[in-house]
Design a protein around this ligand. Structure first.
Ligand code: ADP
Ligand code: ZN
Length: 730
């Protein structure tokens, strides 16, 4: 990346999005091209998009090398972005072409800027006003200065396009060509700041000064839900905008609701650019281009927004930084929190990691002095953290097939009497996790996975939560063919809904689970209705743990606080601690104080005790000590290798061969464990085998892994996925 311009005919190396495993040589086109230019190059009979990565290697006959077909009309990829992609590829052991695919996920990149015909309010009032014309004018007045396409305007007014065209002739509607991708409106950093509490103001001042310094730095912004973390980091965004640089706020996908966009609008007078799965293709393209030319000051997005071509990125906020959805589990396996730090370090930007319950990784980085830490200690306004207590299920009198203990029931009755809301939390979708035949003991499993099928009574089907396969609920046992003996075992949220409704027949009960809605809009509408008080008792999965405000909620009952502790996952304790605190944090946000009750069979378990005591520092220190002793992340390094194939013997053979050929790993002092069947040994008909590599924190793990796996060829349908710092162990 030392050369910046290549004259026509000079050899350039072009990285394409094709999985070729290398950069290809081409001749620079007429007029030359810059390093980083987005180009179209011929490959066989096709033309594909690529980026000029640097000088060509020159190891082919010059005369046979083809020319770049054309340079695309978009801002060239900056050096900083090219080195970010290269470093991210090295870190995650991902081919560069796959990284480039992440960085070019916008449609029609190669298309000319393009124009479309738009319609606005004209200057003439028609002499003869018909109902149809009045409807068109009404729509245009309602949406102020907005431009419409012909189809949009006609559809919204409920008239034919000929009506609109007639009005164009009269001058009542103006018709004009306008560019397709328009800049986002400028956000005003001085529009609507709130009066901050002294605590918040101090935090905002520190972050703003850091952003103003123009240097790299990472700060952990910690504070209970409702303490004003969002208010504080929006001040850092304001500081970034004042400096003329761009800001990016990452939210967990599920939290990307209108609520946050409304807050941005209230603070800055305009809405930001959006980048997530719910955005239209047209808007994606606009966002990608405007970010590249500096015409989007703030982007609010999901993890892949990190790969947008920012012109001058000065701040990245990772909200709810501990959220597991930041880890991409498909395709390129990366953790957006870590990649945010990598990206910011390369462009002198600040990172703010915000959370009420930070990950142990971030906590350890603060301890090690790599990250700064800011703590907001109290909730904004009168609310306080809820009172927490454990319900010892060993001494509760509860018949089989029932899960609400008498103690929890009394607390719920009390809220009903006072007209307050309760939340019953169970992190299990569906009606029952297991369907058992009482005649033969058979449990109904998925045909393609080693997983039991979960009954979803609402959908009247069984569903595999691994692969999503469904089948109708059988009446006859598929194993012994006996009829009428199948029964639901264990609770899911739908079943809790039934139990709670039976306990409180007059209460308004709502079950909140992501799979019960046809659309994100329907879910949002339902949540808004619940928050407004339209429900007495909410039954919910972890969907309710995030983001939403329920002002009337004063009691949280956790049905099974032990649930998360059962896994073999090294982060099981951490996850349980975070989830329980987040759920408990839903209670008592407004004036009424809250209470959280945790049903548990192990009230003396260290994790349960620290949750109840609310002693975070004690929890983190104890957890850190255990991980340090075990040499696992964040105090050691790990990589998971999952091999899969339809032939079980082939997977095990490869796994065994890999474990034997561990020379490159042994040289850096790393150990290989396995091969062992993965916790879910079969998914979608593919057998899965897992190897785990453990190394010291300082060991050059990626290089050794690359050398190790390069010794093997993947034959047939064998596949290998390498996961650096694995988060899930399935
Ligand atoms: P967090 O991000 O820590 O959960 P928020 O920033 O969302 O906290 O704040 C919680 C609620 O309190 C929000 O409705 C927010 O607008 C309000 N709030 C926080 N700080 C202030 C303040 N200084 N002035 C007015 N409202 C505030
Ligand atoms: Zn399945």
């Amino acid at each position: 990346m030392d050369r910046s311009f290549f004259d026509a005919g000079e050899l350039v190396g072009v990285l394409t999005t094709q999985p070729l495993g290398r950069v290809l040589d081409y001749k620079a086109p007429e007029g030359g091209c810059f390093a980083g230019a987005f180009v179209e190059v011929p490959l066989g009979p096709r033309r594909i998009v690529g980026v000029v990565w640097g000088p060509g290697a020159g190891d082919y006959d010059y005369d046979k090398v083809r020319s770049v077909a054309r340079v695309l009309d978009v801002a060239p990829m900056r050096d900083e972005m090219r080195s970010f992609l290269a470093r991210a590829a090295d870190y995650t052991l991902t081919p560069l072409d796959a990284m480039l695919r992440l960085a070019t996920r916008a449609p029609g990149l190669g298309d000319a800027p393009g124009v479309r015909r738009v319609y606005r309010l004209g200057s003439v009032v028609p002499d003869r006003m018909t109902d149809a014309r009045a409807a068109v004018l009404a729509v245009m007045h309602e949406y102020g200065g907005l431009a419409f396409t012909l189809q949009e305007l006609a559809a919204m007014a409920g008239v034919g396009t000929s009506v609109v065209k007639g009005m164009v002739k009269l001058g009542a509607v103006s018709e004009k060509d306008a560019p397709r991708d328009t800049p986002y409106p400028r956000l005003d950093p001085d529009h609507g700041g709130k009066d901050l509490t002294p605590d918040q103001a101090a935090g905002a001042a520190v972050l703003s000064a850091a952003v103003a310094s123009g240097a790299y730095g990472t700060t952990l912004l910690k504070g209970v839900t409702g303490s004003g973390k969002t208010e504080v980091y929006l001040e850092a965004v304001a500081a970034c905008l004042r400096k003329g640089r761009q800001a990016l706020v990452l939210l967990p996908e599920i939290a990307l609701t209108g609520e946050f966009l409304d807050r941005v609008e209230a603070r800055f007078g305009q809405r930001p650019a959006e980048w997530h799965s719910g955005v239209t293709q047209t808007e994606r393209r606009r966002c990608w281009r405007m970010v590249g030319q500096g015409d989007a000051g703030l982007v609010v997005g999901a993890r892949s927004a990190l790969f947008l071509p920012f012109r001058d990125l000065g701040l990245i906020v990772v909200d709810e930084e501990h959220d597991t959805s930041y880890k991409q589990e498909d395709g390129v396996l990366y953790n957006a929190r870590d990649m945010a730090v990598l990206r910011a370090a390369g462009c002198s930007a600040q990172v703010v990691l915000a959370s009420a319950t930070p990950s142990l990784e971030s906590w350890a980085n603060v301890e090690a002095g790599k990250y700064a830490r800011l703590t907001l200690t109290s909730r904004f306004g009168p609310a306080v953290m809820p009172r927490m207590a454990a319900i010892d299920m060993r001494s509760e009198d509860l018949p089989g097939g029932r899960w609400v203990s008498p103690t929890l029931r009394r607390a719920m009755q009390d809220r009903l009497d006072k007209g307050e809301q309760s939340l019953v939390f169970l992190n299990r979708r569906g009606y029952a996790p297991v369907t058992l035949c009482r005649a033969c003991g058979h449990q109904i499993g998925c045909d393609d996975c080693d997983a039991r099928m979960v009954e979803h009574r609402f959908l009247k089907r069984l569903m595999c939560h691994q692969c999503g396969a469904t089948k109708p609920m059988p009446t006859v046992c598929p194993h012994c063919k006996v009829e009428g003996k199948l029964s639901a075992v264990g609770p899911g949220v739908e079943r809790m809904g039934e139990e709670v409704q039976a306990l409180f027949p007059d209460a308004r009960v709502a079950v909140l689970s992501s799979d019960l809605y046809g659309s994100a809009r329907a879910m949002k509408a339902h949540i808004a209705e619940i928050a407004a008080g339209g429900t007495d008792i909410i039954i919910g999965t972890q969907l309710v743990a995030k983001g939403h405000n329920f002002p009337k909620l004063t009691l949280v009952g956790v049905i099974d606080a032990d649930l998360g502790l059962q896994g073999s996952d090294l982060r099981a304790a951490e996850r349980t601690f975070q989830l329980m605190r987040q759920v408990a944090g839903r209670a008592g946000r407004a004036e009424a104080p809250g209470e959280a009750l945790l049903q548990t069979f192990q009230p003396d378990h260290a994790v349960i005790r620290s949750i109840v005591a609310g002693d975070e520092e004690a929890f983190w220190s104890a957890e850190a000590a255990e991980r340090r002793a075990a040499g696992v992340p964040p105090y050691g390094r790990m990589a998971g290798i999952v091999l899969s194939a339809t032939d079980v013997q082939a997977v095990f053979d490869l796994g065994t061969a890999m474990a034997r050929a561990d020379g490159p790993l042994r040289r850096i002092g790393a150990q290989v464990y396995g091969p062992a069947p993965a916790p879910i040994a079969r998914i979608r008909g593919r057998h899965r085998v897992r190897l785990l590599v453990k190394a010291d924190k300082a060991a050059p793990l990626q290089a050794a892994l690359a050398e190790w796996v390069a010794q093997f060829r993947l034959r047939g349908d064998l596949r290998m996925a390498i996961d650096i710092d694995p988060q899930s162990f399935y």
